[in-house]
Design a protein around this ligand. Sequence first.
Ligand code: DQA
Length: 151
Amino acid sequence: MAGTYRIEVMHGVNLNMLGRRDPEHYGTLTLMQLEQRISEFARELDLEVRFLQTNAESEFVEHLHGLPDLADGLILNPGAWTHYSWAIRDALEIAALPAVEVHLSDVKAREQWRRVSVIEELCVASVCGKGPDGYREALGMLRAELEKARA
Ligand code: DQA
């Protein structure tokens, strides 16, 4: 039954600066407004969401360590860590939860260094370049994944 799935939405480094970052890539919403939007999407999909944003890689990693007790699945946008943090990649592997990677901007069509994702292979899917709507898509994918696992 849906409605019982707990989804953690984790934002990494510099995502607290949304609203002050290049609007061409990241839009104009602040992180708080983005989280409100995500909460609405979650309500429509009958999912529970909780949020974390941090600029400290150790906090991000430690949060992943504790996540199996708190959540059924996760959406993560680690910001620039996506492209090089093997520590986050390993922590995600340890968490062993269904995860979807989301980026507001189209990382595959930007600088070369942004095209690499060290977490991609551990995620059910990656959603890039769709702005806030990418989170709706990610929530839908996670719900489908969790329902498949439960069936
Ligand atoms: C981002 C893309 C990253 O390359 C960048 O470092 C960010 C945000 C995105 O949401 O588009 O901080 O993850």
